[in-house]
Unconditional design. Sequence first.
Length: 216
Amino acid sequence: MEIIDLTQYIDEKMPVYPGTEPPLLLNALDIDKDGFQEKKITMFSHTGTHLDAPGHIIKGGLTLDQLPVGYFYGVAYCLPVHGDAMGMISVEEIKKQEKAISQSDYLLLCSGWSKFWGKNSYFTDYPVLTESAALWLTDNKLKGIGIDAISVDKADTENYPIHRILLGSGMVLVENLTNLEIIRNKQFYFSCFPLKIVESDGSPVRAVAYVNPGKH
């Protein structure tokens, strides 16, 4: 089995969603002075590679701590996506792998946008699902959707339509994934376990792909 890390590093200079404060990582205790080292970490719940809970956008929606731990593990399929001239991923583009999607718990969208991590271009022009594509995905009994971009909606959105469609169906969303190009067009086991935070609208995760050629 090959284990592939799909997670971005957390540091003080990392990209964060526009308007969000970057994380602070302070060396609160020093090994020479205090006998051990310990960091104080301050960050928003949607920092780095992270999960969105339904309750992030949907009033009364479930929070991550209300979902069983098994919800964050399952079979995933990694679909390469490009979008049209406007950067929109259509139903037709998604349905090319309808069978693989129907046999999966998670669909990971490989746009290649993680190559812009740390650059201003990371926040613009990344492909996103059309509303009709998002609605089609809600009929596939998926646990969640992941993408290697800052969001499943355009950064200049005011009403977050794709978030509302997907989270409103009970899915979770995994944003800021990386290394998806390694596993594109493959099916594998996937985990994205969140921190066990009470009433968590979101959480950083260590997203991992477990690739077993003998099984998938």
